[in-house]
Design a protein around this ligand. Structure first.
Ligand SMILES: NC(=O)CC[C@H](N)C(=O)O
Length: 310
């Protein structure tokens, strides 16, 4: 990695990324099961970089809250690992790329209720179930964690969006019932899906999300102390790289070369270990459920800066 944070100047570069990648016309899709996301204008585009040194650079709609959706899976995993000193979580969920859609049922049945990784829906349901063992209202605990990391009261749960997603959650309920049938869920399927959907409905801005993810770029050290150990931070980054973009993880690693986690709200969180956390948001999605313009912008940014783990 030859390029440093401030050369070339990051602020003007981010402005240029926004100019180049903000969608000029409607393209891509919105998720069918989350009605509130269809109402977000296609032309929204924001980007933020939070540096290990404590600086924050933003451009475009970086201060507009959006639904973090599956990006929440990174934070729930970090929270669960903090409570999992025995490593028992890893007997309930694997760490392998799935090569399947994030909400696929097929693999879970064939593989006897052990999800491939914590970043597909089945794996995230197991992680949420683990959090609920100590904290029944896990979604509120996730919100508190994020508020703590951003140092601002900004993040909030869009409860109306959660209610509407919950009434369209047959597939996630099916996954949860499969997990329960295989003995891999302690709480009821309904309670786990409700917490999961509420954690997905957390609203954050790009600036807040980049700040919240910074501990992963700083060997586990967050804004107010250690979040996870150095080796856990490395491992979460490894799972982001191999599984964070579902069945497009290989393509994203090829184009961007950095650990990332997407959500169907159109956000992507990316980690440059030792340097910074980047978040980008553009609401329209490709066929795999990843932000269309967001992925392109990150490929462009990593090419311009040389930021890569390779
Ligand atoms: N990939 C995602 O962001 C999926 C999250 C969404 N809440 C779902 O479960 O379908």
């Amino acid at each position: 990695m030859t390029t440093t944070i401030d050369a070339p100047p990051l602020g003007p570069m981010l402005d240029d990324i926004v100019r180049s990648h903000r969608p000029p016309r409607e393209a891509g899709s919105v998720p069918a099961n989350i009605p509130s996301l269809a109402a977000v204008p296609f032309s929204r585009f924001g980007i933020a970089v939070a540096t290990a040194a404590g600086e924050i650079f933003t451009s475009g709609d970086a201060d507009v809250p959006f639904s973090i959706q599956s990006i929440s899976k990174v934070f729930t995993l970090a929270m669960a690992l903090r409570r999992d000193s025995s490593g028992a979580l890893w007997s309930r969920v694997l760490r392998e790329p799935s090569g399947s859609a994030f909400n696929s049922l097929v693999q879970l049945e064939v593989e006897h209720g052990i999800p491939r990784n914590p970043f597909i829906n089945a794996g995230a349901l197991v992680v949420t179930d683990r959090l609920m063992e100590e904290t029944p209202d896990a979604a509120t605990a996730v919100l508190r964690f994020l508020t703590g990391q951003t140092g601002e009261p900004g993040p909030f749960i869009d409860e109306a969006a959660a209610v509407s997603e919950l009434s369209n959650s047959s597939r996630n309920l099916a996954l949860a019932h499969f997990l329960k049938d295989f003995g891999n869920l302690r709480q009821s399927a309904e309670a786990v899906v409700e917490n999961y959907v509420r954690q997905c409905s957390i609203m954050m801005t790009c600036a807040e999300l980049a700040k919240a993810g910074l501990f992963l770029a700083r060997e586990g050290r967050g804004t107010s102390g250690t979040v996870v150990s150095r080796s856990e931070a490395k491992r979460i980054g490894s799972i982001m790289l191999t599984c964070g973009m579902y069945d497009a993880a290989g393509e994203f690693a090829y184009r961007v070369g950095l650990p990332g986690k997407s959500g169907v709200g159109g956000g992507i969180l990316v980690i440059v270990p030792g340097h910074c956390a980047i978040s980008v948001w553009s609401p329209r999605l490709d066929a795999k459920g990843n932000s269309l313009a967001g992925s392109a912008a990150l490929a462009d940014l990593s090419d311009r800066t040389g930021w890569s783990v390779f």
